[in-house]
Design a protein around this ligand. Structure first.
Ligand SMILES: *[C@@H]1O[C@H](CO)[C@@H](O)[C@H](O)[C@H]1NC(C)=O
Ligand SMILES: *[C@@H]1O[C@H](CO)[C@@H](O)[C@H](O)[C@H]1NC(C)=O
Ligand SMILES: *[C@@H]1O[C@H](CO)[C@@H](O)[C@H](O)[C@H]1NC(C)=O
Ligand SMILES: *[C@@H]1O[C@H](CO)[C@@H](O)[C@H](O)[C@H]1NC(C)=O
Length: 568
């Protein structure tokens, strides 16, 4: 970590130095010397995935000021996103509802339009928060990167939801531009903006420059993150979690709303209580759901942030539905979710979430969490294929039970699942099971990946007698940079000795990141693992995937030991 800090501060000075023309060494393929603007553009675009697009985007900007150039880049990204949104709307209008795929295509494009509005909203937040001087980004950097990651994820989630191959191709072409610009924006933020922020802090004397002793603290803090609860949770939220009802006992906190089937609360359905919560709420909206089976789909819109719902126990308060891709009309993976959380700051405790479509329904999500900073405790998620969709953002689960068959923990988020029971079930005849399917499509400069820590992976009662006949794997890579870590976990003998499975018809497994560390149990023997998965021998190899590091904003800044406000 010390080395990393030094390298990155050194690269700051280099990159920013180049950008602002202090250091005039830029590789030049042209005969003529580069203009100051083009030098700065080259420096900013150096690390981007699509360099040609980056340079083309910045060429018209008439400046060599990196702040102005990066601002111009973000405005161009906003413009491209607006075009993609418009394109989606036009495409939707052109789809006939009366063809076989019509209703599903209309429904998915409707959803795509919705996620493009999320993308535009989060990009607007980045533009507002980044300010005029990127050297002053300071502690906001993590949140800005998180939002940008989301802007990328929303777009790819839209495409992944489209089942109709022709429509998917058409949409992929139509929104390619905004995807490329967003991807490049992420690269610019992970290199140049990060460097500028570090430089600003160094100038302010907040961090020490290379050579000074630093870094040790971070490693230690990362390993001992308090009770496993991420630091982005405020003290007030920690207390709230501790006080929330306990398996039938009367709640010891005052909920904003009570939901009860028997009419003893303000509402009889969860959806009504969600709608009653304020928009853009700076505080918490607390919903107590009394014991009972609530048969409904609950959509929590992006505007309804900071909702905390708790029940009387994961087997007593149950939210259940049966929407699925195969058996329900006009349904995609995203739309199948019994509970769909589109908002930031969601918390839940003592609730069971179910999708009862069964294995014949194929994709049938019990909960889909699409907002940053979600924390879920003592809950159950029961389904078959695609039970727990950790769609986007930073997500933390503890003391939960997750059951399913194919890809039943999947998504494009930074997720840590701790101290939980992972239950593999029996699917359709001939079907194999995969516990995880991470969808990192961007690369290793974003935090997208699933971490299972201190869990137990077991078969359910029905699978148990056949567990050696039905093939079960720890996971398979959904996308090119899929990232999955299984550590300190007990792995039952149901998991095949190969451990992991490739995605059918794909060959990108070699570029993925699959790591096992310090697991136990008969399924944990790594002697016959696939050669593209890695076995970590020392903790430092997986240190980046602890709660403190993977779910930041605990970051290198804390290595200095200087007090620093990490919240927004
Ligand atoms: C998107 O559509 C709106 C409304 O039709 C239009 O005003 C706007 O100029 C379009 N934006 C882009 C970037 O195409
Ligand atoms: C498409 O048709 C379905 C029924 O087949 C209907 O429920 C839905 O409202 C229609 N959608 C539009 C946008 O017309
Ligand atoms: C640097 O110091 C100035 C003046 O004290 C302060 O306003 C600014 O927020 C600081 N910037 C960072 C990144 O800490
Ligand atoms: C979902 O459950 C309802 C009520 O039990 C049932 O009528 C319906 O057919 C089910 N739908 C699907 C798609 O399985």
């Amino acid at each position: 970590m010390i080395g990393k800090v030094i390298v990155s501060v050194a690269s700051v000075l280099l990159v920013v130095g180049v950008a602002i023309g202090v250091v005039a060494v830029v590789k030049n393929n042209h005969e003529t010397p580069l203009t100051p603007q083009m030098k700065a553009v080259q420096a900013i675009c150096q690390s981007t995935t699509d360099k040609a697009s980056c340079v083309k985007t910045l060429e018209p900007a008439n400046t060599d000021d990196p702040n102005k150039l990066i601002k111009a880049f973000m405005l161009a990204t906003q413009d491209a996103l607006t075009k993609s949104y418009n394109f989606t709307g036009q495409t939707e209008a052109s789809v006939s509802n009366s063809t076989a795929n019509g209703p599903t295509n209309k429904a998915v494009l409707e959803y795509c339009k919705r996620v493009f509005t999320y993308a535009l909203e989060d990009l607007k937040s980045v533009l507002e928060e980044m300010g005029e001087d990127l050297e002053q980004t300071g502690s906001k950097l993590d949140q800005l990167k998180q939002w940008l990651t989301g802007v990328f994820v929303y777009q790819s989630s839209c495409l992944d939801d489209i089942e109709d191959a022709d429509l998917r191709k058409m949409m992929a072409e139509g929104i390619a531009d905004s995807q490329i610009l967003t991807s490049n924006a992420i690269d610019i933020f992970s290199t140049v903006v990060t460097s500028m922020a570090e430089l600003g802090l160094a100038k302010n004397g907040t961090i020490s420059l290379p050579g000074a002793p630093a870094g040790r603290r971070l490693l230690e803090e990362a390993e001992t993150a308090e009770g496993g609860i991420p630091t982005w949770m405020s003290g007030a939220d920690r207390k709230l979690l501790a006080k929330a009802g306990r398996g039938g006992a009367a709640p010891r906190i005052r909920p904003t709303y009570v939901v009860a089937k028997d009419g003893s609360g303000q509402f009889k359905t969860v959806g009504q209580a969600v709608n009653a919560c304020p928009n853009k709420n700076p505080g918490r909206c607390i919903i107590y759901i009394k014991a009972g089976v609530y048969r409904e789909q609950v959509i929590i819109p992006k505007s309804k942030n900071n909702i905390f719902m708790f029940g009387d126990g994961a087997r007593k308060t149950i939210i259940t539905y049966n929407r699925s891709v195969k058996l329900s009309p006009a349904t995609t993976t995203s739309l199948s979710g019994t509970v769909q959380v589109e908002s930031e700051g969601f918390m839940a405790k003592y609730i069971g979430f179910k999708n009862t479509a069964g294995p014949m329904g194929h994709q049938a999500v019990a909960i889909r969490v699409n907002g940053d900073r979600a924390a879920i405790f003592n809950c159950r998620f029961d389904g078959y294929q695609d039970t727990l969709y950790v769609n986007n953002g930073r997500q933390f689960y503890r003391n939960c039970v997750v059951s399913g068959t194919v890809d039943f923990i999947f998504g494009k988020s930074a997720t840590v699942i701790q101290n939980s029971l992972i239950v593999v079930r029996k699917g359709n005849p001939g079907q194999y099971n995969t516990v995880t399917a991470d969808g990192n499509e961007k690369g290793f400069n974003v935090k997208i990946g699933i971490v299972l820590q201190n869990c137990r992976i077991v078969p359910d009662r029905k699978l148990s007698p056949e567990r050696l006949k039905v093939a079960s794997y720890l996971g398979r890579p959904w996308k090119k940079f899929s990232t999955t870590i299984v550590m300190n976990t007990e792995i039952g003998d149901l998991i095949r000795p190969e451990g992991w499975m490739i995605w059918e018809g794909e060959s990108f497994h070699k570029s993925c990141k699959y790591i096992e560390y310090n697991n136990r149990g008969p399924g944990a023997n790594t002697a016959r693992r696939v050669n593209w998965a890695k076995v970590a021998r020392v903790g430092s190899e997986v240190n980046g995937f602890t709660v403190a590091n993977w779910l930041g904003p605990v970051q290198w800044l804390q290595a200095t030991g200087v007090p620093f406000t990490l919240g927004l």
